[in-house]
Each structure stands twice: as structure tokens, then as C-alpha cells.
Design a protein around this ligand. Structure first.
Ligand code: ZN
Length: 355
């Protein structure tokens, strides 16, 4: 152990073992042998002989004994000092040297959030209610908790007490927005006649709005896919263009559709929910909607009186939701619709009073 410890000392203690020995004579002729080192007491040995004399051997025997004693003392001192140094140095090391493993904080690399993909908007719209399929529709949208817009025909509301009650249930359903599909449905589907007289068209829509107290200024023209908004101006059959312009001039927003879920003469759906899902995807992918990333889908309440078809409607909605690419809105949230200001409302009231 000792040899290992020696290099630890800042002061080379082992050198203390070297002692000094000198022979000297005092002023009064007394001879002394002085033996010392740094750790042992000074030792003065009186002698009466010249070291060069014949008796010097006796003196050196004395000296040898003294030196031996000093060496023992020195050795013990060195051992003791060594132990003290070892103890202190160990303690010092324990205090001053941090043997603990350096604490490293594991920080996750900062990965910027991937930009959220903006969801596309689907507006599910249902025409011609209230009728036999309307209750199933309400049941489905309540269950799936999605907003829809229903375009109501005034005459259908007044067709029977049951249909009026269905209309009331639409009014009270928080997922349903009610819009205007005319009062007579183009004089009971006499489209050419109906659209020939623009004022008549406007009045038919006003009648519906007034009789049902609709606050919405959103209309859909029966049998025609016509758009009149601030951003979209589109008419499928040009013979209806003047009537459409008159509606827009009378502060109605005319909203058509981008995609229709067709049905046959037996009121059965022509396409499955999967077919429609692919068509919706395709419309967005190929940017075929009137407004980019906004799709208005047209369906008809009456088809969903059938249990199988209403199941298809629910499946269609469930599959759209599952894609997590779309969200649903009512038509009043479609971009570019005119909002009726209070000033315009007052003007309308004034004109009605005048006439
Ligand atoms: Zn219709």
C-alpha cells in the first residue's frame, strides 16, 4: 500500500527520512555530533575525541545507534503521516470529486407538428320535405349528430296534419336548417311554365317563406340546378336564367348542388353508399365542385322512407365521418352568401306595407 500512496503526496514525505549529520566543535573545545532531520528532534551528542583519532570508531558506534533511533522515529512518523494523508486525501476526494454519473436530461427532439390538413366541407341537403322519408332522416342526423339543410316545399307542410307535425319536428331539431324550395314546387313540377315568369317565381318563394315564417334567405329552384351567390353564377337551363336573376335581385341566395344521389321511379336509390363515397372523393380530387373544397350533395327525403335506403344513408354518413377528411355544415355557412342586413329588411317591410 505504501508505495502506491507516495505519489499522492503533494510533499514528498519520504524525503524526511533523510537526516543530516555533522560534527562540529564549540568555542570552548567541546565536540558535538549533531544529527537531525525535519521530523525528528535535533540530537546533540557530546564527544571528546577528534573524529580523525583512533577512538573515532567508538564515536561512530554511538552515532550509528543514534542514527538508528532517528530512523525508527522517522519511519514511524512517515507511516503515520502517510496514513493521515491517505485518510485526508480520500476524504478530500470524496468531497470534491463527484463520482455520480452525470445527470443527463433526456429531451425529446422537437418535431414540429405536421401542418393539419384542412378538412373539406360537405353540405348534405335534402329536398321536397316534409314527406314519408323525413322522419327517418331526422332520426339519422340526430343519431350521427351532423348538420343538414332541408329544402321545404310549402304545400307539403300543409298537405296533412302529420306532415305539419313533421315540419315542426324539423324546426325543433338542432341539426336541421330549413331552407326554401318554393311553395308549389314549380306549379307541381310544371317547370317550363313556372320559370317563364320571373316575378311569379319570386312570389312563389316569398309565399313559402312567409307562410312558414322562414328566416332563411336561401332557396333552391325546383327541377333546376341554379346558383346565384356572390361567388357563383350558374344556370343549367338558360330558360330559367331570368327567374334566377330575379330571385337574386330580391335578396335570395340560390344554391344548387354539386352531386346528386339519384333514385329511380320506384323511389329507390340508384347508388350504394360506397358508390357515393367514391363520387364525393372524386369530386374533391378533381376539383369539380362549384367552390373549391366545398361540396353540396343533393338527396331527397322521400327515398329514405325505405328501411334499406335509410340504412344506406346512415352508412354513407358514417363512412364520410370515418375518413376524417370532411366536416359537415349547413348551407347558410357556404362561402359567398349574401347576408340580409337590417336596412334591407326594413326596406322589404316598407314595400309590403306600400302595396
Ligand atoms: Zn324538388
Amino acid at each position: 500500500m505504501f508505495p502506491d500512496l507516495i505519489p499522492r503526496f503533494k510533499t514528498p514525505v519520504w524525503l524526511y527520512a533523510i537526516f543530516n549529520m555533522e560534527y562540529f566543535e564549540t568555542g570552548n573545545g567541546q565536540h558535538y555530533l549533531h544529527i537531525s532531520n525535519h521530523l525528528s528532534p535535533h540530537l546533540f551528542i557530546p564527544t571528546f575525541m577528534d573524529p580523525d583519532s583512533a577512538d573515532a570508531c567508538h564515536l561512530y558506534r554511538q552515532t550509528e545507534q543514534a542514527a538508528s533511533q532517528i530512523l525508527k522515529t522517522t519511519f514511524m512518523t512517515v507511516v503515520f503521516t502517510t496514513c493521515q494523508h491517505f485518510k485526508n486525501e480520500t476524504s478530500f476526494s470524496a468531497v470534491s470529486v463527484n463520482f455520480q454519473k452525470p445527470v443527463t436530461t433526456v429531451t425529446k427532439p422537437v418535431v414540429p407538428d405536421a401542418p393539419k390538413k384542412k378538412k373539406k366541407t360537405i353540405y348534405l341537403t335534402f329536398d321536397d320535405g316534409p314527406n314519408k322519408g323525413t322522419q327517418n332522416l331526422v332520426h339519422i342526423v340526430k343519431g350521427e349528430e351532423i348538420p343538414v339543410t332541408v329544402f321545404i316545399v310549402g304545400e307539403h307542410v300543409y298537405g296533412s296534419k302529420a306532415q305539419h307535425e313533421i315540419f315542426d319536428s324539423l324546426v325543433n331539431c338542432i341539426y336541421v336548417e330549413i331552407a326554401n324550395h318554393s311553395f308549389t314546387h314549380a306549379f307541381k313540377n310544371k317547370y317550363l311554365t313556372f320559370y317563364q315568369v320571373p316575378d311569379s317565381v319570386v312570389n312563389d318563394f316569398k309565399r313559402c317563406a312567409d307562410s312558414l315564417q322562414l328566416s332563411s334567405r336561401i332557396v333552391r329552384t325546383p327541377g333546376r340546378n341554379i346558383w346565384r351567390t356572390k361567388n357563383v353564377n350558374s344556370t343549367d337551363l338558360k330558360t330559367s336564367a331570368c327567374a334566377a336573376d330575379s330571385l337574386f335581385a330580391n335578396n335570395f341566395n340560390v344554391v344548387g348542388w354539386d352531386l346528386e344521389w339519384h333514385y329511380n321511379s320506384n323511389l329507390e336509390l340508384k347508388n350504394t353508399s360506397d358508390d357515393m363515397l367514391m363520387q364525393v372523393d372524386s369530386m374533391f380530387v378533381h376539383a369539380k365542385t362549384k367552390t373549391l373544397d366545398h361540396l353540396v350533395l343533393l338527396a331527397h327525403d322521400q327515398v329514405y322512407a325505405d328501411a334499406g335506403d335509410s340504412t344506406e344513408l346512415r352508412q354513407f354518413i358514417i363512412k364520410l365521418k370515418a375518413k376524417n377528411e370532411y366536416h359537415f355544415e349547413t348551407v347558410s355557412n357556404y362561402p359567398g352568401l349574401k347576408k340580409l342586413t337590417k336596412r334591407i329588411l326594413i326596406k322589404c317591410v316598407f314595400l309590403e306595407l306600400k302595396f
